[in-house]
Design a protein around this ligand. Structure first.
Ligand code: F6R
Length: 608
């Protein structure tokens, strides 16, 4: 998704901006550009392709100055091209603007500006911003942006410089993330803290409908209604090294291998073994209401949605609460009708997913309580919810979500356990759950040690164009997540199915060229899953089973077996997802895919 980096200070802006853009590469993009203001001029460069292409292009240009803006674009309006890359300029080339989000009324504004004689250079919605800001400019850039904001419908995080306003950047947001960084030698703004964490860990989040002026000497925030805003800085909790490869060839692999630590971080300080009750400080503000709640709705997208699906079964096991899981993109447009004591749980790694954010806003309007399980501290979803639990998983850079999935499952289990213990879950079951949770990091490590075996399985099947993933109950969301992981990083077509549904359609696909990954741990669904495997084998379909250690029967049934340690039935998803992630990674590598930046995908989906 598009990325913004801005810098004003004592240093030359170009290397700071290019360095910042490189840290945003993981979000996915197709072109990039920057503009740097100095004296009464602006140096400016755009390029299709990677940041290195932009860097190479700027090498042969003079780009001087200590105040600049830079952008990575992920095409929404208009193909990826130099003309459509940001920054965009007004007619007289005074205003330079970069923008994340979508200007919904851009057609209307474009026609209006066209009638006034403006000729557009690009097919983007963003270009209207440059022309509008220029039309309102009478020496005060902040005011010109404020007036423009009142004309725009849609979402934006934007940054603007002006040829004749030296050393000043104006930023504004509505619906797209924007964070200000307070450095020793200058000020930053970015759509994502990873772009500036190398320079500063002190950040201030802009809220919707706020603007800020950044200069070398400081920054000031105001609302769209021109009221000044005072906001304390926050400290980013992760280190710059967390966003580096640390010897791994890809972030996806690094993050898969980080999962034992991810689980420890999700549980650290939250487990009280004696009482069998977890401690979740983040939900204290709503606990009195939450503990009486009988209806929970989990809203999320993609991998987070599948974590929610597994969470539903965990709540069903540990609590009396009725849980519903909804795709945020559908839920936001539904006629919402839930009991008055309902709580919504938004699950999101980035905390910026537009559909999830819109879904919780809609649910709030209908009176639901809002909880967030979010990784990025201070993100839009974290701030839009009443209370919540952070994953503390560190940055997830690989576009395909991996470590956050296990973290979300661990936290959903803690929440279910807390509510369950308040209801009728016994002390024995509570203590058992905590023991099960505490064993997980080492168990995950044990699965990771089978990486070579899993790679060998990938070598056997990566040329197959279609795969099926099957599971039942706790295994069903893992089948869906396994299929999603494989398709998004390797571009192999994969379907995730509830195994019981197989005979209602997908069984027609079974043939020797179509492998099935069967999630078959030792649980109440074992026999049913074994029957499904037999059905596949009798149609000559190859089967890769993800099964519990010591299961001898499965070795007779399946072509290949990946073992996972024994755990409580509802904790199996945290273990069985790991082989799926590694299978997807190795197939993608064998097919020579760009695993960390799969085609057409973006890390955080901040547009609808
Ligand atoms: C898949 C993936 C996406 C995200 C989805 C939600 O590997 O990464 O499906 O899970 O876009 O993102 P968050 O969790 O940031 O709301």
């Amino acid at each position: 998704m598009c990325g913004i980096v801005c810098y004003v200070g004592k240093e030359e802006a170009k290397p700071v901006l290019l360095g910042g853009l490189k840290h945003l590469e993981y979000r996915g993009y197709d072109s990039a550009g920057l503009a740097v203001q100095h004296e009464d001029d602006v140096d400016y460069c755009r390029s299709v392709g990677r940041i290195v292409d932009l860097e190479r292009k700027t090498d042969s240009m003079v780009i001087k100055g200590t105040c600049g803006i830079a952008h990575t674009r992920w095409a929404t309006h208009g193909e990826p091209s130099e003309e459509n890359a940001h920054p965009h300029r007004d007619q007289d080339e005074n205003v330079y603007v970069i923008h994340n989000g979508i200007i919904e009324n851009h057609d209307f504004l474009k026609k209006k500006l066209g009638k006034a004689g403006i000729v557009f250079r690009s097919q983007t919605d963003t270009e209207v911003l440059a022309h509008l800001i220029a039309s309102h400019f009478d020496g005060d850039l902040n005011e010109a942006v404020r007036k423009t904001m009142s004309q725009i419908e849609g979402t934006f995080g934007l940054a603007v410089i002006h040829r004749h306003v030296p050393g000043q950047i104006v930023v504004a947001r509505r619906g797209s993330p924007l964070v200000i960084g307070v450095g020793e030698d200058g000020y930053f703004a970015a759509s994502d803290v990873s772009a500036m964490v190398r320079y500063t860990k002190k950040v201030v989040h802009l809220n919707d409908n706020e603007l800020a002026i950044l200069s070398r000497d400081g920054y000031s925030i105001s609302t769209a209604q021109a009221q000044s805003v005072e906001r304390a800085t926050e400290t980013v909790e992760w280190e710059p090294e967390d966003a580096e490869l640390a010897g791994f060839p890809h972030f996806m692999l690094k993050e898969i291998f980080e999962q034992p630590e991810t689980l420890r971080n999700a549980m650290r300080g939250r487990l009280e073994i004696g009482e069998g009750v977890p401690k979740l400080g983040g939900i204290v503000p709503v606990w009195e209401r939450l503990k009486e709640c009988r209806h929970l709705v989990v809203v999320a997208c993609g991998t987070s949605y599948y974590a929610g699906c597994a969470g539903m079964y965990i709540f069903e096991k540990l609590t009396e609460v009725d849980v519903q899981v909804e795709l945020a993109s559908e839920f936001r447009y539904r006629k919402l009708n839930f009991p008055p004591d309902t709580f919504i749980i938004a699950l999101s790694q980035s905390g910026e997913t537009a559909d999830t954010l819109a879904a919780i806003k809609e649910a709030k309007r209908k009176g639901a309580g809002l909880l967030g399980i979010v990784n990025v501290v201070g993100s839009s979803i974290a701030r839009a919810t009443e209370a919540g639990i952070y994953n503390h998983a560190g940055p997830e850079i690989g576009v395909a979500s991996t470590k956050i999935f296990v973290s979300q499952l661990a936290i959903l289990t803690l929440l279910a356990l807390l509510i369950g213990r308040h209801q009728n879950l016994s002390l024995t079951d509570g203590v058992g759950a905590i023991k099960g949770l505490l064993a997980l990091p080492d168990q995950v490590q044990k699965i990771l040690s089978q990486d070579n075996h899993i790679r060998a399985i990938a070598e056997k099947y990566y040329r197959c164009n279609n795969w099926l993933f099957l599971g039942r109950k706790y295994g069903y969301p893992i089948a869906m997540e396994g299929a999603l992981k494989l398709k998004e990083v390797s571009y192999i077509h994969a379907e995730g199915y509830a195994a019981g549904e197989m005979k209602h359609g997908p069984i027609a696909l079974i043939c020797p060229e179509m492998p099935t990954v069967a999630i078959i741990p030792q649980d109440a669904m074992y026999e049913k899953m074994a029957s499904n495997i037999q059905e596949i084998k009798s149609r000559k379909g190859p089967v890769i089973a993800i099964a519990t250690e010591g299961d001898h029967q499965i070795k007779e049934l399946a072509d290949d077996v990946i073992e996972i340690p024994a755990t409580l039935d509802y904790l199996n998803p945290i273990l069985s997802v790991i082989p799926c992630q590694l299978l997807a990674y190795h197939c993608a590598r064998l097919l020579n895919r760009d695993v960390d930046k799969p085609r057409n995908l973006a890390k955080s989906v901040t547009v609808e």
